[in-house]
Ligand binder design. Structure first.
Ligand SMILES: [Fe+2]
Ligand SMILES: [Fe+2]
Length: 315
């Protein structure tokens, strides 16, 4: 393509974005835009699927039938989110199998939070409340993302995330108002998940080089630090309401700005987990690989059945 031609296409593309016109799969788009979306949406899909593992760990040990049914539904929702998102990746021309292979080989990333273990039932509360809560902060602005299929997938996903957040908070508030041992379990879960939840928003803006381009393309609407601040402002009063303590001695409300100030995040820990050295990285990938290998015969049987059906129809 001639240089001037490409420039004209790029200008027209940006003009559409500036006017809030959605980009659809068959529209022309810069290669970098496509690549950024493939990376972001596939990471998001992997996070949904790997995110089923820490909670799946507690389905058989839920304290009663109601809790079990709710957790089962929640984990199943996450599978659905993963499937929407893999489909959205395919609309960009990426191959689904190759995308999943990238996860299994360690080439693709997923949210670092899912590399922490779930040690007690209270962790189901902390994850729903904090992890799904942080996911909502990230995902609500994505409903207005410039790429149509991603934006539309997010609308339904966010409705389900808000149910997830509430079921988590309900578990936490029940435990926090229970026996001293139950309250201690809830506090311990908050202590372990608070900082990893803050890390979910990604590095500080000053260390996030791709952010500006994503903002210009309206893939991202708010910066990492802005989203993290909103999360802290919303979540601290919720902890106070149920009588739990945020594990941050530097946390204080600033009357002038109307925001909470919080302590320094341990970014060394974050990067170690991203690099694959978190407590559960190896387990998570092994579980995904096993699922794929053990499900091979099911996929083959489904394909064989489909071929038979088609042959029958043709004759
Ligand atoms: Fe989800
Ligand atoms: Fe969720």
């Amino acid at each position: 393509m001639k240089e001037t031609n490409l420039e004209a296409l790029e200008t027209a593309f940006q003009a559409k974005i500036d006017k809030d016109i959605r980009i659809e799969p068959k529209d022309w788009m810069p290669e970098e835009y496509r690549k950024t979306l493939i990376r972001q949406i596939s990471q998001h899909a992997h996070s949904e699927i790997v995110g089923m593992l820490p909670e799946g760990n507690w389905i058989t040990r839920a304290p009663n039938l109601r809790r079990k049914a709710v957790l089962l539904a929640k984990v199943q929702d996450e599978a659905g989110h993963g499937l929407y998102l893999y489909s959205a990746v395919e609309t960009l021309g990426a191959d689904r199998e190759a995308t999943i292979d990238d996860l299994h080989s360690g080439k693709a990333k997923y949210s670092s939070i899912f590399n922490y273990p779930t040690l007690s039932w209270a962790d189901m509360g902390a994850i729903g409340w904090l992890v799904d809560g942080a996911a909502i902060m990230n995902q609500v602005p994505l409903c207005r993302c410039s790429y149509g299929p991603y934006a539309r997938a997010m609308v339904r996903v966010c409705k389900e995330e808000s149910f997830h957040q509430r079921q988590g908070f309900e578990i936490m508030s029940t435990l926090a108002n229970g026996t001293p041992i139950q309250k201690a379990l809830a506090q311990d879960a908050l202590n372990r998940f608070w900082w990893p939840a803050l890390m979910m928003f990604g590095p500080n803006d000053s260390d996030s080089p791709h952010s500006q381009q994503s903002m210009d393309w309206k893939i991202k609407r708010f910066s990492n630090d802005e989203l993290r601040q909103t999360f802290v402002d919303v979540t601290v009063p919720q902890a106070e309401m149920i009588g739990l303590t945020i594990p941050d001695p530097d946390l204080k409300f600033n009357e002038e700005t109307g925001h909470y100030e919080f302590g320094a995040i341990n970014w060394d820990e974050f990067w170690e987990v991203v690099k694959g050295n978190g407590p559960c990285n190896a387990d998570r990938i092994a579980a995904r690989r096993n699922a794929k290998e053990n499900g091979q015969w099911v996929r083959e049987a489904a394909m064989a059945h489909e071929e038979k059906r088609k042959a029958k129809q043709a004759s």
